[in-house]
Design a protein. Structure first.
Length: 134
C-alpha cells in the first residue's frame, strides 16, 4: 500500500472545456518490482471539494495511469451543482476508484485529473492510495 497527500485549502485550476489537467500533488508511482508481485492495482482517491461558482458550476475528476505504456483513463466522476444562479457553493465528497488489471512492466504512475473551473479541497487533506492484489 502506498499513498500521497495534498494539503487542505489547496487550489486546483482546471480547464472549463474538454481537457483534463493533472492535479498537483496527486501523482503516485508504484515501483516495477512491487507491481510485478500483483495481478491488479486498485487506486483510490478521496477528498472534500467545492467548485468556485464564479468559474464553473460543476467539475469532473478521474484517475489516469500515465505509465507504463499508453495512458489509460479511469471513469470520470461529476460533482458540484448544475446551476450557479444565487446558489451557494456546495462541498462534495469526491471518491474515485480505478482498478488496473492490465499491468505492464516498468513503474506504474497514477495521477488524479480534473476538468472544470477552479476547485478547492477543504477541511481535510485529500489522499490517493494504491493497494496491490495478488
Amino acid at each position: 500500500t502506498q499513498y500521497a497527500e495534498i494539503g487542505q485549502d489547496s487550489t486546483i485550476t482546471a480547464d472549463g472545456g474538454t481537457t483534463f489537467v493533472d492535479a498537483t500533488g496527486f501523482t503516485i508511482t508504484v515501483a516495477s518490482a512491487d507491481a510485478a508481485k500483483c495481478s491488479k492495482l486498485i487506486v483510490t482517491f478521496v477528498s472534500g471539494f467545492r467548485v468556485n461558482q464564479a468559474t464553473y458550476t460543476f467539475g469532473e475528476a478521474r484517475i489516469q495511469r500515465s505509465a507504463p505504456g499508453t495512458a489509460v483513463d479511469g471513469d470520470g466522476l461529476i460533482f458540484g451543482t448544475a446551476d450557479a444562479n444565487d446558489v451557494p457553493e456546495i462541498y462534495d465528497c469526491v471518491v474515485n476508484v480505478f482498478v488496473d488489471d492490465s499491468l505492464g512492466s516498468g513503474d506504474h504512475t497514477y495521477k488524479l485529473q480534473f476538468r472544470a473551473g477552479t476547485m478547492y479541497p477543504r477541511n481535510s487533506a485529500g489522499r490517493i492510495t494504491v493497494v496491490g492484489v495478488k
